[in-house]
Design a binder for this molecule. Structure first.
Ligand SMILES: [Zn+2]
Length: 92
């Protein structure tokens, strides 16, 4: 399984917004944990997952909490692959 495996963006966003189980989402989209991590980073960067969605999901979704961190300074939710807050520059 490649980390860069193709995934259906709309379907993946829908699954994430629905708060589906992490293992089920990974299986459905044929993503490894690392692949899902990268996909999430891509979705955040492209704006497919908005900051409002992420902030809401961060408090309710284990999936999102396992793949992101919330900046303690400005509350921006970032993918774990990014160590420094892109809004305020706070290091993780
Ligand atoms: Zn910040």
């Amino acid at each position: 399984m490649e980390d860069t495996a193709y995934f259906d963006t709309k379907a993946l966003v829908a699954d994430i917004l629905a708060g589906k189980d992490l293992a089920a989402v990974m299986k459905r989209h044929k993503l490894s944990e690392r692949g899902l991590d990268k996909a999430l980073a891509t979705l955040i960067e492209s704006g497919d997952l908005s900051q409002a969605d992420l902030t809401r999901l961060f408090s309710s979704s284990q999936l999102i909490r396992s793949l992101t961190w919330e900046c303690p300074v400005c509350r921006k939710v970032l993918p774990v692959a990014i160590d420094t807050c892109t809004r305020c520059g706070n290091a993780r």
